[in-house]
Design a protein around this ligand. Sequence first.
Ligand SMILES: Cc1cc2nc3c(=O)[nH]c(=O)nc-3n(C[C@H](O)[C@H](O)[C@H](O)COP(=O)(O)OP(=O)(O)OC[C@H]3O[C@@H](n4cnc5c(N)ncnc54)[C@H](O)[C@@H]3O)c2cc1C
Length: 291
Amino acid sequence: MADPARKKIQQLDVMVSRVITETHDAVTLELFTGNEHLTYKPGHFLTIDPHQFPALERFIAYLEHIKGRKEPARAYSLASAPHENYISITVKEERYEAGKTPYPPLLSPLLVSQIPAGTRMKVTGFTGPFTLPDDIGERTDHVLHVAAGSGAVPNFSMIKHILETTDNVRQTLVYSNKTWADVIYKRSLASLTALHPQRLQVIHALTRQEEHIDPGEKIHRGRIDADLLTKAVGDTDAVEVFVCGPGVTPADKKAAKEAGTAPKPRFLESAVALLKEVGVAPEKIHTESYG
Ligand SMILES: Cc1cc2nc3c(=O)[nH]c(=O)nc-3n(C[C@H](O)[C@H](O)[C@H](O)COP(=O)(O)OP(=O)(O)OC[C@H]3O[C@@H](n4cnc5c(N)ncnc54)[C@H](O)[C@@H]3O)c2cc1C
């Protein structure tokens, strides 16, 4: 029998109604969808096919030739929550690092710096298993989000949805970035915590921040570790955890297999291992890999 959720996946013609600069390399694109009635869950993503952008035509032809396969559509989590008027996505630009990354990134540089308000595009959505359960307020009174970089996007949607639809759920976001300048949703997170001080706390884990930061912020210097997670988790029986960020990619697995080694854990694998170490049961840990 066909999965009923799949039937809802549709292609939408959208217009970018607003471009919000989040950081030096990330933007939020608000998408106007006309009068379509849109049904999605916090955590769902949409996809964007790069073939629709004439500016990428030659680049795609070259990449498909050297990779020997068609460039797939890229996934972007919804940053908006279902109660909000617009849908939005937040895109962080991938970088090409000679000697480290095999190819220059295709779509994210275009979405971040070459899509002015008024641009029309086609998106397909909404889908994905990393969603907030409908009965979250009955399951728990504490949701912990653990995210890195653009991995905070689906969690941001979940945070807003929980604040809007429940009154008993407290949330903690442990958010890892290199520096304070890389933190997406800085202003929105600060205003949400100011509005709901008992229901939302944000702890920024900054791995390469050297200068002093606003003393109003809760900052952990360095990578997320077991001590930090023990404090953030609190009651291990009660907590429900949503982890999102870069994980081991199929390319990492292939390279490791060829070298006869295990792939090096990335953010997602390390965070899940730490959560288990501090006593969170595996069935309470929900994950999404951006690898
Ligand atoms: C479920 C999901 C949700 C996501 N949500 C978001 C989001 O909300 N915001 C966001 O910014 N990103 C999100 N992403 C990531 C996003 O889909 C893209 O992967 C990202 O924007 C990079 O796309 P790109 O076309 O710019 O780069 P790509 O062209 O995909 O390149 C990315 C990297 O992969 C390497 N690479 C490309 N092709 C190969 C290959 N054949 N073999 C080995 N390495 C290769 C490149 O060298 C580069 O380092 C999500 C991903 C998933 C899976």
